[in-house]
Design a protein around this ligand. Structure first.
Ligand SMILES: Nc1nc2c(ncn2[C@@H]2O[C@H](COP(=O)(O)OP(=O)(O)O)[C@@H](O)[C@H]2O)c(=O)[nH]1
Ligand SMILES: [Mg+2]
Length: 171
């Protein structure tokens, strides 16, 4: 994808951050068992270890890295009824937020629950339902990462006829 924009992927351990990054970059990892230990920069995506966001000691590093980004993905695992995001979490990072639900293909996915979780974590912004396995919703992420304002992301969401995207307007 040709863009100067950059996105950092935040989410809990096993939320599917690395699998999503690989799918977006159409990349096959040699050793899928390797845990993400540090910030991984690859092309237009920065993958983060779940430990980063689960440990307040790493917040400074997340904030410093986010300075170089245009967007931040807040990733919620559709199979997980818990979240690592405190209410309003996205407002602490002054970058364009994209809420993403992962593992929509999973038999135990609860997409509505995940959307509600992301609505609490995000003050405002698009929420996209995805599966890195089936590829569903990935095109929406490519499109959103090219956009440079909240207004453009809102307009994009409102004109989209995809069932996999909504715009959360703070309600
Ligand atoms: N069903 C399903 N499983 C997924 C998907 N994405 C990731 N997983 C699984 O979730 C687990 C954690 O994925 P990983 O990308 O390592 O999570 P990370 O810790 O957030 O980087 C792995 O077992 C993946 O195979 C998906 O789209 N669908
Ligand atoms: Mg990982």
């Amino acid at each position: 994808m040709r863009t100067n924009n950059r996105v950092m992927v935040l989410g809990g351990i096993d939320a599917g951050k690395t699998t999503l990054a690989d799918a977006l970059l159409k990349r096959e990892r040699k050793d899928k068992k390797v845990k993400t230990q540090s910030l991984i920069y690859d092309d237009w995506i920065v993958d983060t270890p779940g430990e980063y966001i689960e440990n307040p000691l790493h917040y400074r590093n997340i904030m410093a890295t986010s300075m170089e980004m245009t967007h931040v993905i807040f990733l919620q695992d559709a199979t997980n009824d818990k979240t690592i995001f405190a209410p309003g979490f996205s407002s602490g990072i002054n970058k364009l937020p994209i809420g993403v639900v992962s593992k929509a293909d999973h038999a135990e996915a609860d997409i509505e629950r995940s959307i509600q979780i992301l609505k609490k974590a995000m003050v405002r912004g698009p929420i996209v339902v995805t599966s890195a396995y089936t590829g569903e919703g990935l095109q929406l992420i490519y499109d959103l990462v090219r956009l440079n304002t909240m207004k453009a992301m809102e307009d994009y969401t409102r004109q989209s006829d995809s069932r996999n995207i909504i715009f959360h307007g703070g309600d």
